[in-house]
Design a protein around this ligand. Structure first.
Ligand SMILES: [Fe+2]
Length: 576
């Protein structure tokens, strides 16, 4: 049985395909379109998934779209009545988008004109946004039984949903409706701090350790904790209830309107302009926003834990990308084990909606848990060589016995290496398939990377990839972190050994590298360990102000555009 899941007409448009419940391929549309967070119909991602599965659209038994225009319709209408004027526009925008969702069969027909629209229509399942998030976490997890949380900006008029999962079924327990949203709360302050783009929230998370969370009490008036284990927003601070939030232009780039009101400016100061420096106040405010978000997540989870009595928790949704909060969960709640999928954000909706149809709707048995994010594009050495020759690029193809030595020598000689190996990652993190790597021992590695390639804000940290067996030796918490989804404190005595990946507060957003899941990346780090004694590499995404590279062409262009020292495309090595 083939199920194709999609996230469409929504940021981080994507597709995922399953055969009998086993994931064959999953990828974001942005990787092909080369536009970050691309939000239209994922036609190229669908094409890729079908090719990987070796089938045509005719052979897809079920199509799951992680969106239900009719979800909470009564609540939407009520909202519309309570919020005339601007609110009307917001809802009309949503309905226009819903119409697009409704004409999905036509979109599929445009991919393959031989399709019968009626048959396609009969195969389409609409799965509500948060149920898709919940499914992406629980059905992919190793747990037979778990509490589940979906938490984001907003999707299908909901912003937060809790559930309990048992076997192949989930039961929703509670939810919070738009416009009360932790995601929108975080976004509003992200904007106020001078980061206006969709998806900039992680910058505030990176900034927070430079500040003191001294405004948490003040923020408790903005983000109000409710006694039922949920929360609401003090709407005086937010424009969101009165007008549209996210719009998608013809270019399919999501744009978030400013969410804060003059009232918020009165209380927390004016929006920082692009060229204005980040003051200590901005850092303290960032720290406070991060801190209260963590406290709220603990608040929700502690109530959920009490209600369910369960020890396992699965989390998804945009707020689940807050790796700093994730790293603190077992120490601040009674949950003992956590699963967060590699695409916890909206790209994971494609995977989640497909799993929902397979497990929840069709009542099929669960398959093996998903510990690998390597479900994207792949290229053979032969394809790469043909491409490099067509571009007239000089390269050397090394054997597996030679190549790790060549790369680690370059890293130790202070090089920055573009590493393109195996299938691309699904999700926002590079995990050693489309990564730029460097020596974590270099105190100046951050400056080196920023000057040679990334040109990003100097306060943002770089992440360590560490061989799984050594996590306890370097970090104060021992746990598997396959998707770089948690930040842990680095042991004091180790911090000076790996300054390039130690954040200002002594933490690191680690990725524990498993020999079976990422054998070549594991071998590379192991070779580095044998030479230096350090089982860690600095890992950052292979891109330069663009979506992560997907093909040898993108990688080569990025290499040529920047000052990277070495490019590795599978076994082919290019140097300057
Ligand atoms: Fe979402």
């Amino acid at each position: 049985m083939i199920i194709l899941g999609i996230n469409a007409y929504h940021a981080d448009s994507s597709a995922a395909i399953f055969r009998d419940g086993v994931l064959i391929a999953a990828t974001e549309e942005e990787r092909f379109r080369r536009v970050k967070h691309w939000a239209g119909f994922p036609s190229q991602a669908i094409g890729f998934c079908l090719k990987e599965a070796g089938i045509s659209l005719h052979e897809v038994d079920h199509i799951a779209i992680g969106r239900d225009p009719y979800a909470k319709l009564a609540r939407k209408i009520l909202f519309l009545m309570k919020n005339p004027g601007g609110g009307f526009r917001a809802v009309m925008d949503r309905l226009a988008n819903a119409k697009k969702v409704a004409s999905l069969a036509e979109e599929f027909k445009s991919l393959d004109s031989s399709l019968d629209e009626k048959i396609i229509k009969s195969r389409i399942h609409h799965v509500e946004h948060h149920r898709s998030h919940l499914a992406s976490a629980f059905f992919a997890s190793p747990f037979e039984e778990a509490a589940i949380l979906s938490i984001d900006g907003s999707g299908d008029f909901t912003t937060t949903m809790t559930a309990v999962g048992r076997g192949n079924q989930m039961e929703v327990l509670d939810s919070v409706d738009f416009p009360d949203s932790v995601g929108l709360f975080y976004t509003a302050f992200t904007q106020l701090l001078g980061f206006p783009h969709y998806g900039d929230e992680y910058k505030v998370m990176g900034l927070a350790p430079y500040g003191d969370p001294k405004y948490v009490d003040q923020l408790k008036e903005v983000l109000v904790f409710d006694s039922n284990g949920m929360f609401h927003l003090n709407q005086k601070y937010f424009r969101s209830a009165k007008s549209g939030i996210i719009s998608y232009g013809e270019d399919h780039i999501p744009v978030v309107a400013p969410l804060f009101t003059d009232y918020m400016i009165d209380k927390f100061g004016a929006e920082r302009k692009r060229d204005e420096p980040l003051t200590q106040y901005h850092k303290d405010l960032g720290a406070s926003v991060q801190r209260i978000t963590e406290l709220l997540i603990f608040h929700i989870l502690n109530a959920l834990q009490k209600k369910t009595g369960l020890k396992n928790i699965c989390i998804a949704g945009g707020v689940a990308q807050n790796s700093v909060a994730n790293g603190k969960l077992t120490r601040n709640t009674a949950f003992e084990k956590i699963y967060i999928p590699s695409a916890g954000h909206d790209a994971g909706i494609s995977m989640g909606s497909a799993l929902y149809v397979y497990n929840q709707v069709l009542k099929q048995p669960r398959q093996l848990p998903q510990y690998s994010a390597f479900t994207g594009s792949r290229f053979s050495n032969e394809e790469i060589e043909t491409y490099l020759q067509s571009r007239g690029i000089t390269y050397i193809r090394y054997t597996e016995n030679e190549i790790y030595d060549i790369i680690t020598k370059q890293l130790i000689d202070s090089g920055v290496v573009g590493w393109f190996s195996g299938r691309a990652e699904f999700g926002p993190r590079a995990l050693g398939a489309r990564s730029i790597i460097a020596d974590p021992r270099r105190a100046d590695a951050k400056d080196l990377l920023n000057s040679k390639i990334k040109r990003r804000e100097s306060f943002r940290p770089f992440a360590p990839s560490i061989l799984k067996e050594y996590v306890g030796e370097y970090f104060e918490v021992t746990d598997d972190v396959p998707f770089m989804e948690k930040v842990f404190p680095i042991r004091k005595e180790k911090q000076s050994l790996i300054p390039a990946v130690t954040h200002v507060d002594g933490t690191g957003r680690l990725q524990s590298v498993d020999r079976n899941t990422a054998p070549r990346y594991y071998q590379l780090i192991e070779t580095f360990r044998q030479k230096t004694g350090i089982p860690i590499l600095l890992n950052t995404s292979f891109n330069e102000n663009e979506p992560i590279v997907n093909s040898p062409e993108h990688a080569l262009d990025c290499f040529l555009r920047t000052n990277m020292d070495m490019l590795v495309l599978e076994n082919c090595v290019i140097t300057r």
